[in-house]
Design a protein. Sequence first.
Lengths: 365, 167
Amino acid sequence: MSGHDPMDEFEARVRAALQRDGEQIHPHGDGLARIRERTAEGRRNWLMAGVVGLATATAIVGAFFVSSDLLDLSSEPERAVPPAAESTEPERSPEPTPTPTPSPEPTQQQDDGTTGPSDPESPSGQPAPAQQVTVPVYYVGETTTGLRLFREFHSVQSSEPEAVTALNEMLQKRPADPDYSSPWAPGSRALSVDTGGGQITVDLNAAVLDTDVPRETADLMVQQLIYTVQAALQDAGSPVQILVQGQPVSDISGSPTAEGLARADAVDVQALTWVIEPFQGATVPQTFQVKGIANAFEATVSWQLVGDGQVVKEGFTTAEEGQTFSPYSFTIRQVPPGSYTVRVFQSSPEDGSQTFVDTKAITVE
Amino acid sequence: MTSRWDADDAVTELYAAHYASLVRMAAMLMRNTAEAEEVVQDAFVAMHGRWRRLRDADKALSYLRQTVVNTARSRLRRRSVEERHRPAPMPHAASAEHDVLIRDEHSDVLAALRTLPARQREAVVLRYYVELSEAEIAQAMGVSRGAVKSHTSRGMSALRTALEGRS
């Protein structure tokens, strides 16, 4: 074909226009976390189908799914239930310490500028040897029954093992949801996580000893660390030994830490209603799904969509089971674009008041 | 190397390398980025479940593309059925179609592209935007190479007519 072929020119015009259009499209930053949520759900079902091998729990499952009584929930039919002995099945066997694999191609950083400027997690062009990991991070939030643990997922660039990355997110980064917080003293840092000898050993820097909170908060804060590191390691069973600069310490802010500690029962430390999706700050389409976990009286979970101080839509749904940690989901339909807050809560059986509220601010577009 | 990845590794690696470009491709086939992202995320979840059979980054990428093209097409079809059965929209609804793409001044080509039948649009996007070979396009669309040729040329002619009619 000759260069003067008008079809060639037209093709060039189409190419150029599409390239320009492509540059205008900026995916949001939380795609990986959303995918992980869902791939983990499959696994949760797989776990619930009867394999209570803790080694198979994933970071995202967060080990409480395993410890809670969900074993009778129906499993995905296509997932055959492997005998427990097969928990080392290659596809799902997590390495005990998932050190980020040294990235085979350094070019996997999207060097074509594919992550938009609106993406806070993006490496924004600077080549880092680190790789993108998504880690579970527990935070403390106020509820009607006092302080409780809530979980977020953070996608971060890190060259450190996932467990260390998760702990440092917990110790140093603000939660995405402003309703949550972390009581640890500023400057607190995780130095290493070691999994030898049947326990998880977490070495922290000396700044953690500056933490000064009421005893009850300190106990929950220690559980926050245990839940986070166990979730990141996919190991809910091993006790956690906390060290400070390599040495055991009698306590952190009054909560004893001299010996290895087990995770507390989820029902005592976790929030009873929480929203997994959408994430705080997410942009969602006009019809979107809300998913979460609730431990609800008679399994009833209520919700409201609040925009501009007004309840725009409301409803209720049923968790798969009552009075145990159990998944729920519902869909909010045809919401006009704008800023909203999703409130998910339980109504008190005594007086109908809202209890155990979790909220997420979102944008509908 | 890729055969040593487990399904989670595959998601991480392929996400880093291809998520954004798959979203862009899907956004061109559909109407908005948010929906495109959902479709691409669906494809990654499906790929995760199949990783043991794919076991290879290239195969996984073609699987992702194929899944995205298929899902985008069936969503569009479903939506057009829904729209046909929906009562007259609220006055605001048309502008509420948050179509970032169509508002863009450079997007006359893209706007015209949206008027094409799905297959022609797919063929044009895969060839002129994603720059795939004919064989790759055939695979992604699940049709023969001959069909790719005819969808592409019919799509390009229709585009041209649409654009010339406009100017």
